[in-house]
Write a protein that binds this ligand. Structure first.
Ligand code: KDG
Length: 316
Protein backbone atom coordinates (compact mmCIF):
# COMPACT_ATOMS: atom_id res chain seq x y z
CA UNK A 1 0.00 0.00 0.00
CA UNK A 2 1.08 3.52 -0.86
CA UNK A 3 1.32 6.24 1.80
CA UNK A 4 0.98 9.28 -0.45
CA UNK A 5 -0.03 9.76 -4.07
CA UNK A 6 1.03 13.09 -5.62
CA UNK A 7 -0.64 14.31 -8.79
CA UNK A 8 0.62 17.18 -10.91
CA UNK A 9 2.83 18.44 -13.70
CA UNK A 10 6.58 18.02 -13.45
CA UNK A 11 8.97 19.91 -15.65
CA UNK A 12 12.59 19.97 -16.52
CA UNK A 13 13.94 23.07 -14.78
CA UNK A 14 16.77 25.17 -16.10
CA UNK A 15 18.76 26.82 -13.32
CA UNK A 16 20.95 29.75 -14.28
CA UNK A 17 24.67 29.32 -13.74
CA UNK A 18 24.85 32.85 -12.40
CA UNK A 19 22.71 35.63 -10.96
CA UNK A 20 21.14 38.27 -13.16
CA UNK A 21 18.30 38.83 -15.58
CA UNK A 22 17.36 35.88 -17.78
CA UNK A 23 18.26 38.04 -20.75
CA UNK A 24 21.87 38.12 -19.50
CA UNK A 25 22.40 34.56 -18.29
CA UNK A 26 24.42 32.61 -20.87
CA UNK A 27 23.97 29.05 -19.60
CA UNK A 28 21.70 26.93 -17.47
CA UNK A 29 22.01 23.64 -15.61
CA UNK A 30 19.29 21.03 -15.96
CA UNK A 31 17.29 20.13 -12.85
CA UNK A 32 13.83 18.80 -12.16
CA UNK A 33 10.86 20.70 -10.78
CA UNK A 34 7.15 20.39 -10.25
CA UNK A 35 5.64 21.12 -6.89
CA UNK A 36 3.91 17.77 -6.42
CA UNK A 37 6.81 15.60 -7.55
CA UNK A 38 9.15 17.70 -5.40
CA UNK A 39 7.02 16.67 -2.46
CA UNK A 40 6.95 13.05 -3.65
CA UNK A 41 10.76 12.93 -3.95
CA UNK A 42 11.29 14.40 -0.48
CA UNK A 43 8.91 11.91 1.12
CA UNK A 44 10.38 8.95 -0.76
CA UNK A 45 13.91 10.02 0.18
CA UNK A 46 12.79 9.61 3.80
CA UNK A 47 11.43 6.14 3.28
CA UNK A 48 7.72 6.81 2.71
CA UNK A 49 5.95 4.86 -0.01
CA UNK A 50 5.01 7.41 -2.63
CA UNK A 51 3.50 7.35 -6.10
CA UNK A 52 3.61 10.23 -8.56
CA UNK A 53 0.83 10.44 -11.16
CA UNK A 54 1.35 12.81 -14.06
CA UNK A 55 1.72 13.03 -17.83
CA UNK A 56 4.90 13.76 -19.76
CA UNK A 57 5.77 13.72 -23.44
CA UNK A 58 7.30 10.73 -25.22
CA UNK A 59 10.50 12.76 -25.46
CA UNK A 60 13.93 13.00 -23.87
CA UNK A 61 12.84 15.44 -21.17
CA UNK A 62 10.02 13.07 -20.27
CA UNK A 63 12.53 10.18 -20.05
CA UNK A 64 14.74 12.25 -17.80
CA UNK A 65 11.93 13.36 -15.48
CA UNK A 66 10.56 9.88 -14.99
CA UNK A 67 14.05 8.44 -14.38
CA UNK A 68 15.10 11.23 -12.00
CA UNK A 69 11.90 11.05 -9.96
CA UNK A 70 12.04 7.24 -9.84
CA UNK A 71 15.66 7.50 -8.63
CA UNK A 72 14.35 9.08 -5.41
CA UNK A 73 12.33 5.92 -4.84
CA UNK A 74 9.02 7.27 -6.14
CA UNK A 75 6.70 4.83 -7.95
CA UNK A 76 6.23 6.22 -11.48
CA UNK A 77 4.32 3.27 -12.96
CA UNK A 78 1.11 5.32 -13.36
CA UNK A 79 2.79 8.17 -15.27
CA UNK A 80 1.30 8.46 -18.76
CA UNK A 81 3.50 9.24 -21.80
CA UNK A 82 1.79 11.37 -24.45
CA UNK A 83 3.21 10.90 -27.95
CA UNK A 84 1.47 14.03 -29.25
CA UNK A 85 2.39 16.64 -26.64
CA UNK A 86 5.74 17.71 -25.20
CA UNK A 87 7.09 17.67 -21.66
CA UNK A 88 6.92 21.13 -20.06
CA UNK A 89 10.10 23.00 -19.20
CA UNK A 90 10.76 26.17 -17.27
CA UNK A 91 13.49 28.70 -16.56
CA UNK A 92 13.90 30.99 -13.58
CA UNK A 93 16.44 33.44 -12.26
CA UNK A 94 18.69 32.45 -9.41
CA UNK A 95 17.43 35.35 -7.28
CA UNK A 96 15.15 34.73 -4.35
CA UNK A 97 11.51 34.42 -5.36
CA UNK A 98 10.54 37.19 -2.94
CA UNK A 99 12.94 39.62 -4.63
CA UNK A 100 11.88 42.17 -7.23
CA UNK A 101 14.13 40.87 -9.97
CA UNK A 102 12.81 37.31 -9.90
CA UNK A 103 11.69 35.97 -13.27
CA UNK A 104 9.95 32.68 -14.04
CA UNK A 105 9.33 31.65 -17.63
CA UNK A 106 7.20 28.60 -18.32
CA UNK A 107 7.12 26.65 -21.60
CA UNK A 108 4.25 24.40 -20.69
CA UNK A 109 1.18 25.61 -22.62
CA UNK A 110 -0.10 22.57 -24.53
CA UNK A 111 2.18 20.23 -22.57
CA UNK A 112 1.39 16.57 -22.00
CA UNK A 113 0.40 17.42 -18.42
CA UNK A 114 -1.96 20.18 -19.54
CA UNK A 115 -4.06 17.38 -21.08
CA UNK A 116 -4.71 15.87 -17.64
CA UNK A 117 -8.46 15.40 -17.23
CA UNK A 118 -10.84 13.01 -15.48
CA UNK A 119 -10.62 10.91 -18.67
CA UNK A 120 -6.84 10.86 -19.19
CA UNK A 121 -5.62 10.35 -15.62
CA UNK A 122 -5.78 6.86 -14.04
CA UNK A 123 -8.17 7.66 -11.18
CA UNK A 124 -7.70 4.27 -9.54
CA UNK A 125 -4.00 5.04 -9.08
CA UNK A 126 -4.83 8.58 -7.95
CA UNK A 127 -6.94 7.32 -5.04
CA UNK A 128 -4.67 4.38 -4.14
CA UNK A 129 -2.85 5.95 -1.17
CA UNK A 130 -3.61 6.93 2.41
CA UNK A 131 -3.19 10.53 1.26
CA UNK A 132 -3.71 12.24 -2.10
CA UNK A 133 -1.67 15.43 -2.46
CA UNK A 134 -2.51 18.00 -5.14
CA UNK A 135 -1.88 21.69 -5.66
CA UNK A 136 -3.46 24.79 -7.12
CA UNK A 137 -0.92 24.81 -9.95
CA UNK A 138 -2.89 22.05 -11.71
CA UNK A 139 -6.05 24.15 -11.72
CA UNK A 140 -4.28 26.83 -13.76
CA UNK A 141 -2.98 24.55 -16.51
CA UNK A 142 -6.09 24.08 -18.68
CA UNK A 143 -9.87 23.73 -18.54
CA UNK A 144 -9.44 19.94 -18.46
CA UNK A 145 -7.03 20.19 -15.55
CA UNK A 146 -9.46 22.43 -13.69
CA UNK A 147 -12.25 19.90 -14.29
CA UNK A 148 -9.98 17.20 -12.87
CA UNK A 149 -9.30 19.32 -9.78
CA UNK A 150 -12.99 20.02 -9.28
CA UNK A 151 -13.69 16.29 -9.35
CA UNK A 152 -10.88 15.44 -6.93
CA UNK A 153 -11.83 18.11 -4.41
CA UNK A 154 -15.55 17.26 -4.35
CA UNK A 155 -16.18 15.96 -0.84
CA UNK A 156 -16.83 12.22 -0.66
CA UNK A 157 -17.13 9.97 2.36
CA UNK A 158 -14.44 7.39 2.76
CA UNK A 159 -11.93 8.91 0.36
CA UNK A 160 -8.25 9.08 1.40
CA UNK A 161 -7.11 12.26 3.13
CA UNK A 162 -6.93 15.02 0.53
CA UNK A 163 -3.97 17.36 0.96
CA UNK A 164 -3.99 20.61 -1.04
CA UNK A 165 -1.19 23.13 -1.33
CA UNK A 166 -2.58 26.38 -2.74
CA UNK A 167 0.66 27.15 -4.63
CA UNK A 168 -0.55 30.34 -6.25
CA UNK A 169 1.68 30.96 -9.28
CA UNK A 170 0.73 34.41 -10.64
CA UNK A 171 2.53 33.71 -13.93
CA UNK A 172 0.06 30.94 -14.76
CA UNK A 173 -3.15 32.93 -14.50
CA UNK A 174 -4.15 35.25 -17.32
CA UNK A 175 -7.38 36.41 -15.69
CA UNK A 176 -6.69 38.19 -12.38
CA UNK A 177 -9.94 36.70 -11.03
CA UNK A 178 -8.77 33.18 -11.96
CA UNK A 179 -7.09 32.31 -8.65
CA UNK A 180 -10.37 32.74 -6.79
CA UNK A 181 -11.21 29.19 -7.89
CA UNK A 182 -8.36 28.01 -5.66
CA UNK A 183 -10.42 29.02 -2.64
CA UNK A 184 -13.33 26.77 -3.72
CA UNK A 185 -10.95 23.90 -4.40
CA UNK A 186 -9.13 24.31 -1.09
CA UNK A 187 -12.42 24.26 0.80
CA UNK A 188 -12.98 20.72 -0.48
CA UNK A 189 -9.71 19.39 0.96
CA UNK A 190 -8.99 17.89 4.38
CA UNK A 191 -5.55 19.43 4.86
CA UNK A 192 -4.63 22.77 3.28
CA UNK A 193 -1.32 24.61 3.10
CA UNK A 194 -1.30 28.26 2.16
CA UNK A 195 0.97 31.24 2.64
CA UNK A 196 -0.49 34.29 4.33
CA UNK A 197 0.90 36.29 1.37
CA UNK A 198 -0.74 33.91 -1.13
CA UNK A 199 -4.13 34.26 0.53
CA UNK A 200 -3.79 38.01 0.24
CA UNK A 201 -2.60 37.95 -3.36
CA UNK A 202 -4.97 35.29 -4.69
CA UNK A 203 -8.11 36.07 -2.71
CA UNK A 204 -7.61 39.49 -1.14
CA UNK A 205 -7.78 38.01 2.38
CA UNK A 206 -6.15 40.43 4.84
CA UNK A 207 -5.94 40.12 8.58
CA UNK A 208 -3.52 37.32 9.36
CA UNK A 209 -3.99 33.59 9.89
CA UNK A 210 -7.38 33.95 11.62
CA UNK A 211 -8.78 35.75 8.58
CA UNK A 212 -7.47 32.95 6.35
CA UNK A 213 -9.21 30.42 8.59
CA UNK A 214 -12.48 32.36 8.30
CA UNK A 215 -12.18 32.16 4.50
CA UNK A 216 -11.36 28.44 4.68
CA UNK A 217 -13.48 26.98 7.48
CA UNK A 218 -14.01 23.44 6.12
CA UNK A 219 -10.59 21.71 6.07
CA UNK A 220 -9.99 19.75 9.29
CA UNK A 221 -6.43 21.10 9.24
CA UNK A 222 -5.34 24.44 7.81
CA UNK A 223 -1.68 25.44 7.85
CA UNK A 224 -0.92 29.12 7.26
CA UNK A 225 2.73 29.80 6.48
CA UNK A 226 4.11 33.19 7.43
CA UNK A 227 7.60 33.06 5.95
CA UNK A 228 10.30 33.96 8.46
CA UNK A 229 7.61 34.49 11.11
CA UNK A 230 6.75 30.80 11.24
CA UNK A 231 3.58 28.82 10.63
CA UNK A 232 0.21 28.40 12.31
CA UNK A 233 -1.96 25.27 12.19
CA UNK A 234 -5.70 25.30 12.86
CA UNK A 235 -6.93 21.81 13.72
CA UNK A 236 -10.59 21.21 14.22
CA UNK A 237 -11.77 19.18 17.22
CA UNK A 238 -15.16 18.64 18.84
CA UNK A 239 -14.73 21.83 20.90
CA UNK A 240 -13.61 23.97 17.98
CA UNK A 241 -10.19 24.81 16.59
CA UNK A 242 -6.89 24.26 18.31
CA UNK A 243 -4.34 26.83 17.14
CA UNK A 244 -0.68 25.82 17.14
CA UNK A 245 2.06 28.24 16.18
CA UNK A 246 5.71 27.38 15.62
CA UNK A 247 8.36 29.97 14.68
CA UNK A 248 10.63 29.33 11.70
CA UNK A 249 14.33 28.68 12.14
CA UNK A 250 16.64 31.40 10.86
CA UNK A 251 18.49 30.25 7.72
CA UNK A 252 20.59 31.89 5.02
CA UNK A 253 18.24 31.60 2.06
CA UNK A 254 19.83 30.58 -1.25
CA UNK A 255 16.59 30.14 -3.23
CA UNK A 256 13.05 29.91 -1.88
CA UNK A 257 11.70 27.87 -4.81
CA UNK A 258 10.60 24.46 -3.55
CA UNK A 259 10.56 25.43 0.13
CA UNK A 260 6.77 25.25 0.29
CA UNK A 261 6.82 21.74 -1.18
CA UNK A 262 9.43 20.68 1.36
CA UNK A 263 7.38 22.21 4.18
CA UNK A 264 4.30 20.26 3.12
CA UNK A 265 6.38 17.09 2.77
CA UNK A 266 7.80 17.45 6.29
CA UNK A 267 4.35 18.14 7.72
CA UNK A 268 2.91 15.11 5.91
CA UNK A 269 5.79 12.87 6.96
CA UNK A 270 5.13 13.72 10.61
CA UNK A 271 1.37 13.33 10.05
CA UNK A 272 1.87 9.84 8.60
CA UNK A 273 3.81 8.98 11.73
CA UNK A 274 1.07 10.38 13.99
CA UNK A 275 3.30 12.99 15.59
CA UNK A 276 1.58 15.86 17.43
CA UNK A 277 0.67 18.97 15.44
CA UNK A 278 3.52 20.99 16.96
CA UNK A 279 6.02 18.43 15.65
CA UNK A 280 4.33 18.33 12.25
CA UNK A 281 5.00 22.06 11.97
CA UNK A 282 8.55 21.63 13.21
CA UNK A 283 9.21 18.94 10.60
CA UNK A 284 7.74 21.27 8.00
CA UNK A 285 10.15 24.04 8.97
CA UNK A 286 13.09 21.68 9.08
CA UNK A 287 12.49 20.21 5.66
CA UNK A 288 11.82 23.69 4.27
CA UNK A 289 15.16 24.83 5.70
CA UNK A 290 16.88 22.10 3.70
CA UNK A 291 15.21 23.36 0.50
CA UNK A 292 15.79 27.05 1.26
CA UNK A 293 19.52 26.52 1.47
CA UNK A 294 20.04 24.91 -1.95
CA UNK A 295 19.80 26.50 -5.41
CA UNK A 296 17.55 23.85 -6.99
CA UNK A 297 13.83 23.19 -6.51
CA UNK A 298 14.29 20.19 -4.27
CA UNK A 299 16.67 19.17 -1.55
CA UNK A 300 17.13 15.90 0.25
CA UNK A 301 15.45 16.38 3.66
CA UNK A 302 17.07 15.26 6.92
CA UNK A 303 16.42 11.59 7.72
CA UNK A 304 13.80 10.69 10.34
CA UNK A 305 16.57 10.08 12.88
CA UNK A 306 18.37 13.37 12.18
CA UNK A 307 15.10 15.31 12.09
CA UNK A 308 14.00 13.70 15.34
CA UNK A 309 17.22 14.84 17.01
CA UNK A 310 16.86 18.35 15.57
CA UNK A 311 13.31 18.81 16.84
CA UNK A 312 14.15 17.12 20.14
CA UNK A 313 12.13 13.94 19.79
CA UNK A 314 13.60 11.11 21.83
CA UNK A 315 12.88 8.40 19.43
CA UNK A 316 12.46 8.27 15.69
O1 KDG B 1 7.21 24.89 -5.69
C1 KDG B 1 8.21 24.80 -6.67
C2 KDG B 1 7.58 24.77 -8.00
O2 KDG B 1 6.96 26.01 -8.24
C3 KDG B 1 8.57 24.51 -9.10
O3 KDG B 1 9.27 23.31 -8.91
C4 KDG B 1 7.95 24.54 -10.47
O4 KDG B 1 5.94 23.32 -10.28
C5 KDG B 1 6.48 24.34 -10.55
C6 KDG B 1 5.65 25.47 -10.96
O5 KDG B 1 4.62 25.22 -11.57
O6 KDG B 1 6.00 26.62 -10.68
Amino acid sequence: PVDVVCLGESMVTFLPTRAGRLADVPSFVRGIGGAESNLACALAACGHRVRWVGRVGADGFGDHLVAAIAAYGVDTAAVVRDPGRPTGVYFRTAADRAGDGHEVVYYRAGSAASAMSPATVPLEAVWSGRVLHVSGITAALSADCLALMRGLTARRDGRPLLSFDVNHRPGLWRDPEGPRVLLDLARGADLVFTGEDEAEEAWGVHGGPEAVRRALPEPATLVVKRGALGAVAFTRGPAGDTVTEVPAPVVDVVAATGAGDAFAAGFLSATLRDLPVRDRLRYGHLWAAAALTVAGDLAEPPSHAQAGRLVGLDDD
